[in-house]
Design a protein around this ligand. Structure first.
Ligand SMILES: Nc1ncnc2c1ncn2[C@@H]1O[C@H](COP(=O)(O)OP(=O)(O)OP(=O)(O)O)[C@@H](O)[C@H]1O
Ligand SMILES: [Mg+2]
Length: 444
């Protein structure tokens, strides 16, 4: 078979015609009557919809079809994966091909919410992979019509609250909150995230800040501050919004930059530290897990979090400075436990210190890391979690996804499971979720 030469493609149109129409589709057994270009299905517009069975054959549930999306030659394909996921999962189609001529990838829908990469090759080597591709998505492949696995069945447990805290900034608190939340939601748990940090990073990372202009700021007058400040209004259900960063449902109580000034209003109010806890108790049948993002500080909002939470995770990059900070964390926990005693709450249950943003250097992991972990146990008296979150570029990239469908690009951040489901980071957060479920006694 003649090799395909990606150098022939200069534009996205070339990728469509030279790679897909003239090379790949015929090789996969699809005649001109079996594919459609620029197909609009509701709000979705597909570059190519390829049908393995004739529409007239009436065998379209599940549709034996492949979605094919062509991008500019050599453009980065990663930011297009979330959109492909939306297409596949919304249409209930099992396979999607994504290409920029230099790279050909195939994704498979593996649950009603998730897709995973199942094939990848370079454009110049495509001819040597045609048989693999035919078996996967060729016209006579039996895979195409296979049903998509069913949704995980809902899991219901008594509500558990987990705060993620360290007074040092930038150690991965927000990254832990959003991705642990996504991991639990994907397993069928009902998840609420509470953003108590005026930086509002969880609010952004979960897709609640999609406005460019201050005028469009719909969060300023209805956020976590109002839930604390107002007794009768702003119950949990009125403040929480459904997030868009994750295909599985996650609700978020947003924070806002105004929380900084508003802290003064709350400062000497007797209700400030307990009101959210009271409201959460009223909503306890609506959620299985509540995960709280804390500010890197000892401020009132951090005290609110440590008053209301059952459990605590302490992410740490395990660098010397963060370790010294653990002494402050210990003191802060003790102070809050004293207040909890007054309001008849048991002491905070520390699940452990979570190694976070850890260097992947093999020597460090083998020699230094275990020693540092041991020191955290012996010197600061904290348990260590067994899971480790390493320094992974994907965790930064999934925050920078944009949606370019409208006139101006809009931020469209994704969870690591939605952005790069097969990545090392997704596996690490999956393992963390499993460990947390086991530690809080929520394993089936
Ligand atoms: N494991 C990781 N690998 C690579 N980058 C990471 C990792 N965890 C977090 N980051 C990046 O580091 C930065 C800080 O992370 P994050 O916002 O989660 O920390 P934080 O503790 O919540 O910070 P703050 O105290 O300011 O709220 C972000 O840009 C984030 O994308
Ligand atoms: Mg943060």
């Amino acid at each position: 078979m003649e090799a395909f030469d990606p150098n022939l493609c200069r534009t996205e149109r070339d990728v469509e015609s030279k790679l897909l129409v003239h090379y790949l589709l015929p090789q996969l057994g699809y005649g001109v009557d079996s594919w459609y270009e620029e197909v609009a299905l509701g709000s979705i517009r597909l570059d190519f919809l390829v049908l393995a069975t004739s529409l007239l054959a009436g065998r379209l549930a599940p549709p034996a079809a492949v979605v094919m999306e062509a991008k500019r030659p050599q453009s980065n394909l990663d930011p297009h994966v979330p959109k492909l996921r939306r297409y596949l999962t919304a249409l209930g189609i099992r396979y999607g091909l994504l290409t920029n001529a230099w790279e050909i990838r195939v994704y498979e829908t593996q649950s009603p919410q998730a897709i995973a990469e199942v094939f990848r090759c370079g454009g110049q080597h495509l001819h040597t992979h045609l048989e693999d591709l035919r078996q996967l998505i060729g016209k006579s492949s039996p895979n195409l019509g296979l049903p998509i696995p069913v949704v995980p069945s809902p899991r219901r447990i008594p509500m558990k609250t987990i705060a993620v805290y360290h007074n040092k900034g930038g150690v991965g608190k927000t990254t832990t909150v959003t991705n642990l939340g996504a991991a639990l939601a994907r397993q069928g748990f009902r998840v609420l995230l509470i953003d108590l940090d005026s930086q509002a990073n969880t609010t952004f990372a979960t897709g609640l800040m999609k406005f460019a202009d201050e005028e469009d700021d719909i969060l300023a007058n209805n956020n976590v501050y109002h839930a604390i400040a107002e007794k009768f209004q702003f119950q949990i259900a009125e403040v929480a919004r459904r997030a868009s960063y994750c295909a599985a449902p996650v609700d978020v109580m947003p924070a806002h930059i105004n929380l900084i000034q508003q802290e003064r209003i709350l400062q000497d109010k007797s209700f400030a530290k307990t009101r959210l806890l009271e409201k959460l108790n009223k909503a306890k049948d609506s959620y299985d897990f509540v995960i709280i993002d804390c500010p890197p500080s000892l401020n009132l909002y951090a005290q609110v979090a440590l008053t209301m939470t059952d459990y605590l995770i302490i992410p740490s990059d395990l660098k010397p400075f963060a370790n010294e900070g653990l002494r402050n964390v210990r003191n802060f926990i003790d102070e809050n436990d004293e207040f909890r005693g007054v309001i008849q709450r048991p002491p905070i249950s520390v699940l452990g210190v979570l190694p976070s943003k850890i260097m992947t250097n093999a020597k460090f992991v083998e020699n230094t890391l275990p020693r540092v972990e041991e020191k955290v146990r012996s010197k600061y008296g904290f348990p260590m979690l067994e899971s480790r979150i390493f320094d992974r570029v994907d965790l930064g990239k999934c925050l920078n996804v944009e949606n370019n469908e409208g006139e101006v690009p809009v931020p469209d951040p994704q969870s690591i499971f939605d952005f790069a489901p097969d990545s090392a980071a997704a596996k690490e957060f999956g393992a963390l979720a499993a460990e947390i479920l086991q530690k809080v006694g929520a394993m089936p």
